[in-house]
Design a protein around this ligand. Structure first.
Ligand code: HEC
Ligand code: HEC
Length: 695
């Protein structure tokens, strides 16, 4: 896997954007998504980082239609591809989903990518059921507020580095236990955050009982308020299906489910890997929240003091003011994605976006070591936030992942000042003061300290928290209308469509090449059999000489027909697709075909005299052995399999027909060879008997 940098993306963009006609979308076409991005194009640097982020913003705000594949009548909203027993064609259902037009329908305060108000709550878990009237009941789902995604690239980078650190500690513990022959225990601390401890036995067994606040696999999962989702990409793929019934190929497509239209809505391959990369990068590139100093000097002073009181009350044990980040490069796809989300080993190149190089990134605080301090007021760790006395935040029944119902990830407070009216994971607490007062569990002591503070100190904390706000950004594109500049890049003109077709044909040619490869292999096998016959016929000659006899006149047995030239010619003609005139692989394929043809006729030519000689020994034909059939059957099976896998269309059909014909002939040859071989063996035996009788 190589790396591609944003700088190299920039170099080639001029090439990609020339000569495109924005009007290529058919008249009357009402798709929100009249294009798909090929991940390969992204890797090859077809777009600048800025363009990718812009396309991602468009995708995030796009209101998908049935024509795009919105809706999932044949499958549920579960993250794990799950078919419904019955088709349910209801386009929207506010509870179990599809529940919204666009990502931005919920994530939009104060601008696209932000949080959502109570109306945008999601009934997490309901999407996995058949649409049910009960889906808003706590017994079936957990109602959650839509969190803001500002600064999420930095958050995911912190989580990735923390995971790497924790995995390093685990590896060190195991190595140490093996080396010392003693059980070891190590504190799991990264960036100053402690996740309990890990142990290891001398035999390499890892002891996970003391791990706290993170899953046992030590992957820090920053997403969902439960901390159960690894990456923005994973979340995006899940959310696209859950909220919109837009199924990404990387999870719901052919490779994972065996279907191109898993949700049975008549639209295949609804979101490409490239589409998901763009919408992920848009989220990662969203600016971090900011501190907005109050205008009034009195408030400014209170806020400054509040920052200190907040720390003194013990709030920063969880809401750590800032965490250090070693690298600001957002590598996509990320390192910890699981099956069903594009993984690094599945791409040739990652797309690397340096967040610090973005306009807002310049304002990030760096220290002398070059580390960036991400001032998000969280530890990215799960904590028990309720106890029997303080139960408000333990209002859920259904547990999610490996997290218990009273645990949540420490909320990032860097935007808390923009959330007035909607706090807590359900968004049902209207003031900062009230949400602090319901902190229980591990936060109980801090809450008691807060309650014991003088009124002006509590007010100072509130004033401080209210200075932490969403970044002020203007929407650069009205949702649902593809900006003209983007359209020019994304929508192919007729010329570009021809190029795309040509590129697709290359894929077909490559598939044909595979088949030719098999044909050559079949020819090689025929050659080997011929060699065996040659050696047998030598033995026959030898035996005949020993008997003192000579061969009887050879009956001309036209046993083997060469590959029918007409079929080979028509195939070659088929490959002379105009768009491929300059495709070097076309020549290669034709060459391979010719070689295969030559190899086969050579094999036949060599086999023929041997077969003729074998026929001299004309004994009664013994029963046929099935061995001759096997290679032919394999060829047919492979061809059928390939057709099933790739559905390459007419050209492919031709190749398959040709291949089947070849296989048939190989089979015939095999039969003949088997007969001849048996005859030869029999002849040898008879000669031996005759020789023995002479003596
Ligand atoms: C109907 C409202 C709604 C829509 C539409 C929606 N989301 Fe969300 N989003 C939520 C809610 C609610 C959560 C919190 C889920 C939880 O805590 O379990 C969330 C969480 C997230 C998170 C994790 C944030 C965090 O801090 O944990 C990401 C990333 C995200 N959404 C991306 C998307 C994307 C991308 C789309 C479009 C494909 C989308 N969302 C569509 C409501 C929505
Ligand atoms: C033991 C860890 C812990 C401590 C200590 C703690 N918090 Fe929290 N805090 C959390 C968690 C976890 C949440 C998320 C609760 C939820 O999702 O419902 C949270 C949520 C909040 C929120 C709600 C933010 C939002 O946008 O909904 C505020 C405000 C807050 N904390 C302030 C404080 C203050 C002030 C203190 C100190 C008095 C404090 N917290 C101490 C863990 C802690």
């Amino acid at each position: 896997m190589k790396m591609i940098t944003t700088a190299s993306i920039a170099l080639v963009v001029a090439l990609a954007t020339t000569g495109r006609d924005a009007a290529a979308q058919p008249l009357g076409d009402e798709r929100a998504l009249p294009f798909h991005l090929a991940q390969r194009d992204l890797e090859r640097g077809k777009f600048t980082a800025e363009q990718l982020v812009d396309v991602g913003r468009y995708l995030f705000a796009a209101k998908f239609t049935l024509l795009d594949g919105a809706g999932r009548p044949g499958s549920t909203g579960a993250a794990l591809p799950t078919r419904r027993p019955t088709i349910n064609a209801k386009p929207f259902l506010r509870t179990s989903g599809p529940d919204a037009n666009a990502c931005a329908s919920c994530h939009n305060e104060p601008s696209v990518g932000g949080a959502g108000s109570f109306t945008a709550n999601v009934f997490v878990g309901a999407q996995e059921r058949e649409p049910t009237l009960e889906s808003v009941s706590g017994a079936f789902s957990a109602e959650r507020k839509s969190p803001s995604l500002f600064g999420s690239g930095l958050i995911e980078l912190l989580a990735r580095e923390m995971t790497a650190d924790l995995h390093g500690i685990r590896a060190e513990a195991v190595a140490n236990a093996k080396q010392s022959g003693k059980r070891v225990s190590r504190p799991l601390v990264t960036k100053g955050v402690r996740f309990g401890a890990i142990g290891a036995e001398p035999n390499g067994t890892v002891l996970t009982e003391q791990i706290e606040g993170v899953d046992k696999d030590l992957v820090v999962r920053p997403w969902s308020q439960k901390g159960v989702v690894t990456s923005l990409r994973t979340f995006t793929v899940t959310a696209m299906n859950h909220h919109h019934g837009m199924q990404a190929v990387e999870r719901y497509g052919m490779r994972q489910t065996g279907h191109r239209d898993f949700d049975r809505d008549g639209v295949e391959d609804e979101l490409s890997e490239g589409d998901i990369t763009a919408v992920t990068l848009f989220q990662a590139a969203l600016p971090a929240p900011v501190v907005v100093e109050p205008l009034s000097a009195q408030r400014r002073k209170a806020a400054q003091r509040g920052r200190q009181v907040f720390a003194d009350a013990g709030c920063t044990t969880c809401h750590i003011a800032a965490l250090p980040l070693r690298s600001s490069t957002f590598v996509e796809p990320g390192p910890y994605n699981l099956e069903g989300t594009l993984r690094q080993k599945e791409v040739d190149q990652t797309i690397n976006l340096d967040l610090a190089a973005l306009p807002w990134g310049k304002a990030l605080r760096r220290d002398a070591n070059g580390q960036i301090w991400v001032e998000a007021f969280t530890d990215l760790r799960r904590h028990r936030i309720a106890d029997p006395e303080t139960r408000t935040l333990a209002n859920e029944v259904v547990s999610q992942g490996f997290s218990s119902t009273d645990e949540f990830v420490t909320k990032r407070l860097w935007e808390v000042g923009s959330s007035l009216g909607s706090y807590g994971h359900r968004g049902d607490i209207t003031t900062i003061n009230d949400v602090i007062l319901v902190h229980g569990g591990e936060a109980r002591d801090a809450r008691l300290k807060y309650q014991a503070l003088r009124a002006e100190d509590r007010a100072a904390i509130i004033e401080f928290l209210r200075t932490l706000q969403a970044p002020a950004i203007e929407a650069t594109a009205p949702p649902n209308v593809l900006p003209t500049a983007l359209a020019a890049v994304l929508l192919p003109s007729d010329g570009a469509a021809a190029i795309d077709r040509a590129v697709a044909s290359v894929g077909e040619v490559q598939a044909s090449e595979q088949i030719v490869g098999r044909a050559v292999a079949a020819a090689n096998r025929a050659e080997m059999t011929a060699a065996r016959i040659r050696s047998l016929s030598k033995r026959i000659d030898h035996e005949l000489a020993k008997l003192g006899g000579t061969a009887a006149p050879v009956p001309t047995t036209k046993i083997v027909a060469a590959l029918p030239p007409a079929i080979a010619d028509s195939l070659i003609e088929q490959l002379a697709i105009p768009d491929l005139a300059n495709e070097p692989r076309r020549e290669k394929l034709i060459d391979a075909l010719r070689r295969a043809e030559r190899a086969i006729s050579e094999a036949h030519a060599q086999a023929e005299p041997a077969l003729q000689r074998a026929a001299v020994a004309s004994l009664d034909p013994p029963a046929l052995t099935p061995t001759g059939y096997v290679p032919a059957q394999v060829v047919i099976r492979n061809a059928t399999q390939l057709r099933h896998d790739h559905q390459f269309g007419r050209l492919y059909e031709e190749v398959t027909v040709w291949c089947e014909d070849l296989a048939f002939r190989t089979e015939q040859l095999g039969q003949q060879v088997a007969v001849a071989a048996l005859r030869t063996e029999a002849f040898a035996t008879r000669s031996q008997l005759a020789a023995a009788a002479k003596h």
